[in-house]
Ligand binder design. Structure first.
Ligand code: ATP
Length: 396
């Protein structure tokens, strides 16, 4: 078995996202959701959701609008009560059928989209807000420490309207970190920043969280943000976690077509596994090129995941063509060509910005990926007894 794949798969399965054999939490676990459900009238916003958050990690809930990310975060915070399942925080049950600890009695820090700073208070006073039990000296020490951490020592006496968006966000972060919460919850923390600042701030926020050593859960629908800042990403769809793992793991070994498509441009080549080759509309290749493909699939059809940088298109004569260019997208550094293959499959090919090909041209498409590829057997055609495998290929 491919060791990298084995590692990815085992990481996803044994990383505390399922109950341990004894049902007891692992020592490093800060937050655990078990079978959590939330309904709003006839709508199930979150359904049988289980996940754990480990000490010191930044876990991001990623998914399309309406998939239940914010509702999940609100149940972690205690702002919503689950209709079923349980929430454990720092070893204590804070929500289940008979318990519901309110937000103010949970050791949780919250950072909202709009930062929610007090406009009439100074930066120092905003940060001090959560330090109710401390003496004046302790408060002063803690404020100094936090303003150093977020690099705002020079703005201690400023009010929020005198600060930039990025600086306001850092004040919000310092304020939430002040009482040393067990966990910090960030709801779309970058959505109110302009695009350039967003990229800058996500680097900065990650490094502040790491320096503070805090455990955090963030929510976003931005794939790039989730992949770039997180230790682990939980990809959600329709109220459930579809896949959870390291950013590299979920991107390179997506366990479902949904995850593959949500994390980046994805094309699927219709393949047939015959003897020791995979036949596809762009030629044949060895089965070893597919993640963990076993011989039980010989004779079956399967779909091979190809991303734009896995393929290269070259203009050829009509008689040798694999397909035709049907769309061209200029992204600045590159062109992404959409190619319709002879059998109707549509794939994307990414080229350097100097390689300009015309729409309508016949092209040959070559697989240039230097890594193994994820694949998915058509569900209805999966061999008997392999249904679960059919949804989670390429990870074993
Ligand atoms: P977005 O990225 O758009 O914020 P989300 O993934 O955070 O979406 P949620 O806000 O958790 O999704 O919503 C999940 C579902 O629950 C949606 O269909 C939403 O309409 C519904 N929902 C959320 N809050 C409420 C509420 N207070 N009352 C009724 N329905 C709600």
């Amino acid at each position: 078995m491919d060791s990298e794949l084995s590692n990815d798969g085992e990481t996803a399965r044994s990383d505390g996202d399922r109950p341990t054999a004894t049902g007891r939490p692992t020592a490093e676990e800060v937050l655990r959701l078990d079978g959590v459900r939330k309904e709003y009238g006839p709508e199930t916003a979150v359904d049988s959701l289980s996940l754990t958050v480990r000490e010191g990690e930044l876990l991001t809930l990623l998914g399309p609008s309406g998939c239940g990310k914010t509702t999940t975060l609100r149940m972690m915070a205690g702002l919503e009560r689950p209709d079923a399942g349980s929430v454990r925080l720092a070893g204590e049950t804070v929500a289940d059928g008979s318990t519901h600890v309110p937000p103010e009695r949970r050791d949780v820090g919250l950072v909202f989209q709009d930062f929610a700073l007090f406009p009439h208070l100074t930066v120092a006073e905003n940060v001090a807000f959560g330090l109710t039990d401390a003496t004046d000296d302790e408060k002063d020490r803690r404020i100094t420490e936090l303003l150093d951490l977020v690099d705002l020592a020079a703005h201690r006496e400023a009010t929020p309207d005198e600060l930039s968006g990025g600086q306001r966000q850092r004040v919000a972060l310092a304020r939430s970190l002040a009482p040393e919460p067990d966990i910090l919850l960030l709801d779309e923390p970058f959505s109110n920043l302009d695009v350039r600042l967003r990229v800058e701030m996500r680097e900065e926020v990650r490094s502040i969280l790491k320096e503070a050593g805090v455990t955090a859960v963030s929510v976003t629908h931005d794939q790039e943000e989730a992949l770039s800042i997180s230790d682990r990403v939980a990809v959600m769809d329709d109220g459930r976690v579809e896949q959870i793992g390291r950013p590299e793991s979920v991107f390179e070994h997506p366990e479902s077509r949904f995850v593959a498509s949500f994390l980046g441009q994805a094309g699927f080549l219709s393949g047939k596994y015959d003897d020791d080759t995979i036949e596809t509309p762009i030629g044949t290749f060895r089965p070893q090129r597919l993640n963990g493909l076993s011989e039980e699939y010989v004779g079956t059809d399967l779909d091979v995941l190809v991303r734009p940088d896995d393929l290269e298109a070259t203009v050829v004569g009509e008689s040798e063509a694999d397909g035709h260019i049907i769309h061209r997208q200029y992204t600045g550094p590159s062109f992404v060509y959409r190619v319709e293959l002879g059998n109707g499959d549509v794939v994307h090919c990414q080229h350097n910005h100097v390689t300009e090909l015309d729409i309508g041209k016949p092209v040959g498409v070559e697989l240039v990926a230097d890594h193994t590829l994820a694949w998915y057997p058509p569900r209805e055609e999966a061999p008997e007894g392999t249904e679960r495998r059919a949804e989670r290929p390429g990870t074993r």
